[in-house]
Design a protein around this ligand. Structure first.
Ligand code: NAP
Length: 292
């Protein structure tokens, strides 16, 4: 078995590096999720070298941004924070973009955000127009790097070209990618990220919990069995194997498993320090091929 850690990964050519794994916070601020537990989740992540946190204005109606900002300020250690602008159909003019960004910064208690995404491309406003506004926010110092999310290859290229006219790189495309959802391999997004030097930030990397438990049958059971077998042999957990598989797709992939529990954050961070070998990757590829 090979042993090789996954070091920091670049957010495209933005000049920003992040840990190969981040933490998704879309459940922060949800019912039954207590702030001390979230502070512990953040602390456990940072203890383990994971310092990239993902939120969005729409997560729990802004509570995720507020809690993430507060936990980061209380902890005090350096972090890289990403949030997202939602281009709702009622959002048309530049002032609405600026107001949304300012509200995000206010909730997070910061003067600037490290990575600001266009959350989805479905909008009455052209992607080029949103990217012009994003570039303006970089110019004003409120945003360090610009990303898109849920974009296909053509939308990615349009975003990159539009930003390029302002001298701003496209840093990332955040899309769903996991052993149960391998669409980015088929629709060209992974290849385009490699070609254009754009990070692929993989959301729902644990299949939203699908890979951990609950009942499953047929193909899903085959994948869960393969994960358990490899995990058992290595003395790691199935979740760690699933995350390690993503990191083995190499740069540009960065995975952001969601966590509201410190134990989960610590476990997930344990996927960084080793690498699946070729045989194990082949077993997982085969077991997941029917699913995704
Ligand atoms: N751009 C987009 O449109 C978009 C869409 C969806 C998600 N996202 C982002 O991607 C992040 C991750 O996606 P996701 O949260 O939907 O799915 P996920 O990361 O695949 O799964 C998260 C779920 O797995 C659990 N979990 C985490 N680590 C675990 C472990 N080691 N063992 C067992 N269970 C574990 C979490 O539980 P606990 O909460 O109990 O720790 C949570 O219920 C989100 O938080 C969000 O930031 C973006």
């Amino acid at each position: 078995m090979t042993t090789e850690a996954f070091g920091p990964r670049r957010l495209g050519t933005s000049g920003i590096e992040v840990s190969a794994l981040g933490v998704g916070t879309n459940r922060w601020g949800g019912r039954g999720v207590a702030e001390p537990d979230l502070a512990a989740t953040l602390g456990a992540s940072l203890d383990a070298g994971v310092s990239f946190f993902d939120t969005a204005e729409v997560y729990m109606a802004g509570r995720s941004e507020r809690l993430l900002g507060r936990c980061c300020r209380k902890d005090g250690r350096p972090v890289i924070l990403a949030s997202k602008f939602a281009p709702y159909p009622t959002r048309l003019v530049g002032a609405q973009f600026t107001r949304a960004l300012d509200a995000t910064l206010r909730r997070m208690g910061r003067d600037s955000i490290d990575l600001y995404y266009l959350h989805f491309p479905y909008s009455l406003v052209r992607i080029e127009t949103w990217m012009d506004r994003m570039a303006g926010a970089v110019g004003s110092g409120k945003v360090r790097a610009v990303g898109v999310s849920n974009c296909n290859v053509s939308q990615m290229r349009r975003a990159k070209d539009a930003l390029g006219r302002h001298g701003v790189p496209l840093a990332a495309n955040q899309v769903q990618y996991s052993l149960v959802h391998r669409k980015p391999e088929r629709d060209g997004v992974l290849a385009a990220c490699r070609e254009l030097d754009v990070a692929l930030v993989a959301y729902r990397p644990l299949g939203g919990g699908l890979l951990q438990g609950g009942s499953s049958s047929g193909d899903k059971r085959a994948l869960r069995d393969a994960l358990a077998l490899i995990a058992g042999k290595r003395g790691v957990t199935p979740s760690q194997v699933a995350l390690n598989w993503l990191l083995c797709q190499d740069a540009p992939v960065i995975a952001i498993p969601g966590a509201t529990k410190a134990a989960h954050a610590t476990e997930n961070a344990g996927a960084i320090a080793w690498r699946l070998d070729r045989e194990e990757l082949a077993v997982l590829d085969k077991a997941s091929a029917q699913l995704s």
